[in-house]
Structures are given as structure tokens and as C-alpha cells.
Design a protein around this ligand. Structure first.
Ligand code: PGA
Length: 250
């Protein structure tokens, strides 16, 4: 059975004081789960403080992006060593905002994926089509390209650290969610592709999260889908009550 993963991406929000308060409030909503994991991805500047706040809980911490080198002349980047030093054990890679605002390519994202894996981080590879691509019926072509290129040269032995997050770009921060049928269809496609690229066991153990306007009101029906193993949550992760309800999906 795949353990569900509910991840909160705080994006470019929270000062130190706000982050510590939010993390403490989220921690209060969590119990000792055996069937789900909770991850917070705060801004780099508060990673360390947040990891102290959640120290005695089962919540894990991750960064919102990652460089492939441990250290060096990479102005503006964060290394896996730094993330681990700050108490993190995971990284989000290829988020649509990185792809579309900062023009990160599949090739660059693949370097990040391999770097994160080399340092043993759980790696959440985000993929998703734009509205134009969906309207042009190119959704599956785009998803396939993003998975194939994002996971290029990733060994099957490392796939237990890979999580895929399917986030239709048109659903992120817009209040529009993919219907449960649209999401399930995409997730099943991604799982089948992983089976083709690796093997059935690996496809069955790989967690595929849905992201894009996940809220207390839609999380239960999304999580009830066979191939949806969790959620990557933006806006609703900034409110402890909403995120708490999402974590405690039924
Ligand atoms: P949203 O963001 O929940 O605000 O749509 C999701 C994401 O960007 O991961």
C-alpha cells in the first residue's frame, strides 16, 4: 500500500515569525499517522526554524527547489547539503512556477532531480500541462515528455525516493481544480508510463500527488481515486485549519 503524502508548498510566503506560528499550528492538527505523511516546503530562509518547530513530530521538511551540487559558485541556488543541514529531507523540483516564470527546462530539471537523489533527498518532480496544451489535446504528450526527460538516467533503485506531482498549470492558484476523473485519468497515465520506463513493482510503489487548488472541499473526492496518492497544496497550505483538514482527508 502506498502511504499518502500531503505536502504544503508555502512558495514565497512567511517571515520567520509567521512560519514558526504556521508550522506549530499545522503540527497541532496532525496525529500519529500510519497511512500518511506530511511535508512542509517553506522558503529557504525559514527552513531551519521550521524544522526546529516540528522537531518532535512526524512532519518532514523539504525545499522548493534544489541545485545538483553540494556547494560551489551557483549564485542564488540552494544545495542538498544545505537543505539537509537545515533539517530537510526532501525537495520539490520542476514546479510549474519554475518552469513558466523562471523558464526552467526539462533538461535543467533533470539535473536537479539527479542531484537531489545523489544526496538522498525525497524528490518531488512536478509535471503538468498548460490550458493551451490541454485544449490542443496535447496533455498526454506533454506529461510523457516531462516524465521521460525529468527522470532521464534515474535508476530504478532510486525510484523509491521519487514522488511525481501532477499539477495542471491551469489549476494552480486559480481556484479551478481538475475534476476527479481528469485527475485520475492523468495519474493512471503517469503510472502506466512509469511501468513502461521501469517495471510494474516500481510503478505500483511510486506515489503520484495531485496539485492545483486542492482545498478542504475537494480533497476527499480526489484522495478517493485509485491512482491519487496525495496532494501538493499551495494556497490552502498557508492556513493551518484548511491544511489540517486536507491532511486529515477521509
Ligand atoms: P495551489 O498551488 O494549491 O495554490 O493551486 C499548488 C501548487 O502550486 O503546488
Amino acid at each position: 500500500m502506498r502511504k499518502a503524502l500531503i505536502a504544503g508548498n508555502w512558495k514565497m510566503h512567511t517571515t520567520v515569525v509567521e512560519a514558526c506560528q504556521l508550522a506549530a499550528d499545522v503540527a497541532k492538527t496532525c496525529s500519529d499517522y500510519t497511512d500518511r505523511e506530511v511535508l512542509l516546503a517553506p522558503p529557504y530562509t525559514v527552513l531551519s526554524e521550521v524544522s526546529h518547530v516540528i522537531n518532535n513530530t512526524s512532519i518532514i521538511i523539504g525545499s522548493q527547489n534544489i541545485c545538483w551540487e553540494g556547494k560551489g559558485a551557483f549564485t542564488g541556488e540552494i544545495s542538498p547539503v544545505m537543505v539537509k543541514d537545515a533539517g530537510g529531507s526532501a525537495a520539490i523540483v520542476g514546479h510549474s512556477e519554475r518552469r513558466h516564470i523562471f523558464m526552467e527546462t526539462n533538461e535543467l530539471i533533470n539535473r536537479r532531480v539527479k542531484g537531489a537523489l545523489a544526496f538522498g533527498l525525497m524528490t518531488i518532480l512536478c509535471i503538468g500541462e498548460t490550458l493551451d496544451e490541454r485544449d490542443a489535446e496535447k496533455t498526454f504528450v506533454i506529461l510523457e515528455e516531462q516524465v521521460r526527460k525529468g527522470l532521464a538516467d534515474v535508476d530504478g533503485a532510486d525510484m523509491d525516493k521519487i514522488v511525481i506531482a501532477y499539477e495542471p498549470v491551469w489549476a494552480i492558484g486559480t481556484g479551478k481544480t481538475a475534476s476527479k476523473e481528469q485527475a485520475q485519468e492523468a495519474h493512471a497515465f503517469i503510472r502506466e508510463l512509469i511501468e513502461q520506463l521501469y517495471e510494474k513493482n516500481i510503478a505500483e510503489q511510486t506515489r503520484i500527488l495531485y496539485g492545483g487548488s486542492v482545498k478542504p472541499g475537494n480533497v476527499d473526492e480526489l484522495m478517493a481515486q485509485t491512482d491519487i496518492d496525495g496532494a501538493l497544496v499551495g494556497g490552502a497550505a498557508l492556513d493551518a485549519d484548511s491544511f489540517g483538514r486536507i491532511i486529515n482527508f477521509e
